[in-house]
Design a binder for this molecule. Structure first.
Ligand code: SF4
Length: 452
């Protein structure tokens, strides 16, 4: 247990990016057309593997805490329409790609990919295979809402090629579930896990939360204990981000029902204690893995990565994002699809890649991003070595090192020569240390979520 001192409380109360990219998506600028994205795609080498992300912007229900880009379709027509346009989008991206090494990773997120009909999901998987050519042993991961998971859909995932399923569990406390409009009893989640495993998908992730209305250290710990009885391979532990100015439905959660920073800290500690007591390995800021999970080995080898889906073992050089709001990433920069379905669809109708925002990264962005990624993944970094590996002087980021040194007095990290290590027990504040290397301040209108 790490005591929340007054100085740590100040840092835990800061609003900071989660650094799933650097620069963050808030730095992206309007894209006049798709020319720059096409230039980046043209630079892909035959040996470059792809990662494919598919954003399904639909859910059967709207959970009040949700921070995702999604909506309730009220019938299947909108979903069918979406699938037709998605096929068109896949045609456009695959035609824009030069020879490449195939897709090493496919990730379905949203929204809830299980809002698709079983046959449509199977067809979508087959189309992705034809358009982007899956590499042998490719990981295919899908996010699922266990509260609305059709048993046939769950049992068909393995045959469709899915290798990892990620279930939004969040909490088992019935009162908390009621207050966030996400009712899903344990038996339903258990049945979903059984169906998924029976269908041949062995790897299962759970998302769990703290900071929701009605959560306490005790009921958070109880939910984690119950969740671990189903033996997930990985657990992502997220603090609820209350941003009703960005997500209007979050206004259904009264701010006065939420724990303060000290309360959130205690809840996170309670959850982490359960996970560690059950033998899970801490991964970066907020993930935990069974010791036998590949992510634990990747952490040990320094190969853990961080991208828009969070911590990942995906090392592909190029990410192609499909669907509204999806982000693509190339070594040269980022391109985000239009978030509004009508604008995304209109671009596709004109035969354009549907990018609406983009950012060409500079060499300094890539250098700072590499340091931030290592800090977020490994919780330590040799800044001088990263600078040299990027062709810069070892002291190129001494400004950030000096800022990190200033955090030593508060116990957040240790800095020796040009090496930084986030203090044991404070990994959940890793982004405070990472922010020392962020030279792209957020626009004044932007407000990030709490660091804890
Ligand atoms: S099911 Fe998931 S994506 Fe859909 S509204 Fe709930 S939290 Fe958001």
């Amino acid at each position: 247990m790490t005591a929340l001192t007054e100085s740590l409380l100040v840092h835990a109360s800061r609003n900071l990016p989660r650094y799933t990219s650097y620069p963050t998506a808030l730095a992206f600028q309007p894209a006049p057309d798709d020319a720059l994205t096409r230039d980046w795609l043209g630079a892909i080498r035959p040996t470059d593997a792809l990662s494919i992300y598919v954003h399904v912007p639909f859910c059967e229900r709207l959970c009040w805490y949700c921070g995702c880009h999604t909506s309730v379709p009220n019938g299947y027509d909108r979903i069918a329409d979406f699938l037709g346009r998605l096929a068109r989008e896949m045609d456009l991206w695959s035609a824009a790609l030069p020879p490449h090494a195939g897709a090493a990773h496919v990730h379905f997120g949203g929204g809830s990919p299980n809002s698709l009909a079983t046959a449509d999901f199977t067809d979508l998987m087959a189309t992705i295979g034809r358009r982007f050519r899956l590499r042998p042993g490719a990981e295919v991961a899908v996010e699922l809402d266990p509260g609305h998971l059709d048993p046939d859909f769950a049992r068909g995932l393995g045959a469709a090629g899915v290798t990892r399923a990620s279930l939004g569990v969040q909490t088992f406390d019935p009162e908390v579930q009621r207050r966030v409009n996400r009712i899903q009893p344990f038996e339903r989640v258990q049945a979903a896990v059984d169906d998924i495993r029976r269908g041949g998908v062995e790897a299962i992730n759970f998302d769990m939360m703290y900071g929701l209305p009605g959560q306490t250290p005790d009921n958070v710990a109880a939910s984690l204990t119950t969740a671990l009885s189903l033996v997930p391979d990985r657990v992502a532990l997220f603090g609820y981000a209350h941003v009703p100015w960005m997500k209007r439905h979050q206004a259904m959660i009264p701010a006065e029902d939420l724990a303060d920073v000290a309360g959130r800290w205690s809840q996170a500690e309670a959850a982490e204690s359960v996970l560690l007591a059950h033998g899970y390995v801490r991964i970066g800021m907020d993930h935990f893995a069974h010791p036998g999970d590949p992510m634990a080995a990747q952490l040990t080898d320094g190969r853990l990565r961080r991208n828009f889906q969070g911590y990942t073992d995906d090392s592909a050089a190029v990410l192609i994002g499909l669907g509204p709001s999806a982000i693509s990433a190339c070594p040269e920069g980022y391109a985000q699809n239009a978030s509004r379905v009508d604008q995304w669809a209109a671009a596709l109708e004109r035969g354009r890649l549907p990018v609406s925002r983009q950012l060409a990264t500079t060499g300094e962005d890539r250098l700072r991003g590499a340091v931030i990624e290592r800090l977020m993944c490994d919780l330590e970094v040799d800044v001088g070595s990263v600078c040299l590996a990027h062709g810069c002087a070892a002291g190129a980021l001494d400004d950030g090192l000096n800022m990190a040194r200033a955090l030593m007095a508060d116990g957040l990290c240790a800095v020796s020569a040009r090496q930084i290590r986030v203090s044991p027990g404070l990994s959940r504040l890793a982004r405070v240390v990472a922010a020392c290397f962020d030279q792209r301040p957020a626009p004044p209108s932007a407000r990030y979520s709490l660091a804890i």
